[in-house]
Design a protein around this ligand. Structure first.
Ligand SMILES: [Ca+2]
Length: 170
């Protein structure tokens, strides 16, 4: 990992910890594993342009684990989502991600009053689809200004499953 990437990971890490500590289950139930599913992504470089392909690099305690594309799932033998940090990469895009804003929402949490991005379901609709062991991980990459119309926290949406079915190896 380059020095600059290392510092990015560290800064994103502190953001994630801040956002998780308020409203996250953030603990694996059993058997000490978490499954991440990259569930949705809707972001453009500007109105009317095509959707950006956002790839997500997953780090555990600053060590690279895997790169996720939309619809990918990753089974992680870890105790807590808080061990993870993320880097977001735009491919085939004319713009770059801003400093990420990250938020974890459990099913009973208060939902930010934001509409669904483009043709994507709203945060409330996505939250309603979760079971009791699941949480939503929401990321805004277009702006750091919560008053901007681009601020929807749905540029990357992951489902955190705190009680996944163990991966069978035989
Ligand atoms: Ca956005």
């Amino acid at each position: 990992m380059s020095i600059s990437n290392f510092f990015k990971a560290v800064s994103v890490s502190s953001l994630a910890i801040i956002s998780c500590s308020f409203n996250s289950i953030a603990q694996a139930v059993s058997p000490n594993a978490i499954e991440l599913t990259y569930f949705a992504s809707q972001i453009q470089c500007g109105a009317g342009s095509s959707l950006i392909n956002v790839q997500v690099d997953v780090y555990r305690n600053q060590q690279f684990v895997n790169t996720l594309s939309l619809n990918d799932s990753l089974y992680l033998p870890i105790n807590s989502f808080d061990e993870l940090t993320f880097q977001y990469n735009f491919t085939n895009a004319e713009c770059s991600p801003t400093t990420p804003t990250e938020m974890v929402l459990a099913p009973e949490d208060t939902v930010p009053n934001l509409p669904g991005a483009y043709d994507q379901d709203s945060i409330q609709q996505m939250l309603d689809g979760l079971n009791e062991y699941e949480e939503l991980f929401l990321v805004e990459l277009g702006t750091t200004n919560p008053d901007s119309s681009a601020y929807d926290l749905q540029d990357v949406v992951m489902i955190i499953n705190n009680n996944p079915t163990p991966v069978k190896t035989d």
